[in-house]
Design a protein around this ligand. Structure first.
Ligand code: ZN
Length: 462
């Protein structure tokens, strides 16, 4: 009887998201596990697999993702707009024209709906031969883990409202060449969204490698150095004046590291200062190409025997990306970190665009345009050979009542601050903070430091 009651209790908990102090506390391991088993149950989710079978293949998986978002939306009074952008794709790993569909759920912001934070994982899977679309490809960790993280984030965050928009995305076509990421980056551009951050989650549910090395305390966050959309002019400016370590994605990575440090029981962020793992890629890249700030979350230790592998036993070694090889406690913690980040980014204002003037003077003039939703700005400086930002060196209050402000209530006027530092020896940055002191990532006053795509010059070759 007790067993039955416990089972019923778990079922009840799984069905309804419980109200908690913070949405991250509502993340459920039971739901994450159940969703992984559903995904694995589609047999293969290869992009070239069957699209019209009711229970097998990418078509069934995508329909399930869409239905799941709609159920989540029904539980928040229809708060999610579910759309399924699609296009026909063909390429090196897609020999025939193939229908590609992403599943997207949009939780519109109440104050600044065009400002968006995107969280995504890829729903497609593969085995040893990337063109094998019929063999079972469970793709539990790669990237069932990212997919179920996105669904769970939608469940817990849709219970609240946010000033800016959160977009939950299940991507297809990753293994065949980042097709879903490309479609989604194009979609964001077509919608005219101001992309504050893209959190790409790919392989986030394991903690041990094929060599027996384990690490369940860290999660890796990959960020690009020089941005992909630099023009020749900005590249030259950056070579001369610095900034190769201050891209928006790099500052987003620093921000995530700082956020994780606030929760000593949670995962630590290991910042990896390269775009992705060596010789490999992910769905953050099409966004970076367009100039959108984007990072990749991935496990601290990859397990090469249990990704991109045919299911088999060879010399006593079991190969294949199955749920049995996953660490669900770890996946819960990566999901919680994502939820904390989304909750905060959706409340924070956009990072401002900052310029610094320091030539032939003993101090540094910083200028930036105000951003909607900001109640104050914090100014930072760090030595050029120091990797991390420290504490603010100054604060400017929007309400005009506090020191260091020249007094106006307009949040979008131009701001300036004179730092009593010789600018040659420092990097400067500014972050915008909203109510409850929820702050954006720091935006660096360097060439191409702005959290915005770089206007491409006529005839410029990247
Ligand atoms: Zn992947």
């Amino acid at each position: 009887m007790r067993k039955v009651l416990t089972a019923l209790a778990i079922l009840a908990c799984s069905a309804v998201v419980q109200a908690q102090d913070h949405p991250a506390d509502a993340v459920s391991q039971e739901r994450l596990e159940a969703d992984i088993h559903t995904l694995v149950g589609f047999g293969t989710r290869h992009t070239l697999s069957v699209q019209d079978h009711p229970t097998r293949g990418i078509g069934a998986a995508v329909r399930w993702g869409e239905a799941t978002f709609k159920i989540i939306s029904a539980q928040c009074g229809g708060c999610l707009e579910v759309v399924v952008p699609e296009r026909i794709v063909q390429g090196r790993r897609i020999p025939e024209p193939t229908r590609l569909r992403n599943v997207v759920a949009i939780q519109w912001g109440t104050e600044r709906p065009k400002e968006v934070v995107i969280v995504q994982g890829h729903i497609d899977s593969r085995v040893s031969d990337v063109m094998d679309f019929t063999s079972d490809a469970p793709g539990a960790n790669d990237d069932g883990s990212g997919t179920v993280l996105v669904l769970e984030a939608a469940r817990v965050l849709s219970q609240r409202q946010y000033p800016s928009t959160i977009v939950y995305v299940l991507l297809s076509g990753e293994e065949q060449g980042l097709y879903g990421g490309q479609l989604m980056a194009d979609y964001a551009e077509e919608q005219g969204w101001t992309v504050k951050a893209v959190l790409n989650n790919d392989i986030v549910g394991g903690s041990c490698g094929s060599d027996g090395v384990c690490d369940d305390s860290n999660v890796r966050v990959f960020s690009e150095g020089p941005r992909a959309d630099l023009t020749e002019a900005l590249r030259a400016d950056q070579r001369r004046n610095g900034g190769e370590n201050d891209s928006p994605s790099r500052n987003l990575s620093r921000w995530l590291d700082g956020l994780a440090d606030e929760f000593p029981d949670g995962l630590n962020v290991r910042q990896i200062w390269r775009t992705d793992r060596m010789g490999r890629g992910g769905d953050q890249i099409p966004f970076l190409d367009k100039g959108y700030p984007a990072i990749r979350f991935s496990v601290a230790i990859e397990d090469y025997e249990h990704q991109h592998q045919d299911l088999r036993v060879e010399d006593g070694v079991t190969y294949g990306d199955t749920a049995e090889e996953m660490d669900f406690t770890y996946l819960v913690r990566v999901t919680q970190l994502n939820v904390r980040a989304l909750d905060r980014l959706a409340r924070a204002p956009m990072p401002p665009v900052v310029k610094a003037q320091a030539a032939v003077r003993t101090d540094t003039l910083l200028e930036w345009e105000g951003v909607p939703g900001a109640t104050l700005y914090e100014i930072f400086a760090r030595r050029t050979d120091v990797p991390a930002w420290g504490s603010p060196i100054a604060i400017s209050y929007v309400d005009g009542l506090k020191p260091a402000s020249s007094g106006t209530s307009e949040s979008t006027r131009n701001w300036s601050h004179v730092a009593k530092l010789r600018g040659d020896d420092w990097f400067f940055g500014v972050r915008a903070c909203g109510p409850e002191h929820v702050c954006s990532p720091i935006s660096s006053a360097v060439p191409a430091g702005a959290f915005a795509p770089i206007p491409q010059e006529e005839g410029d070759s990247k």
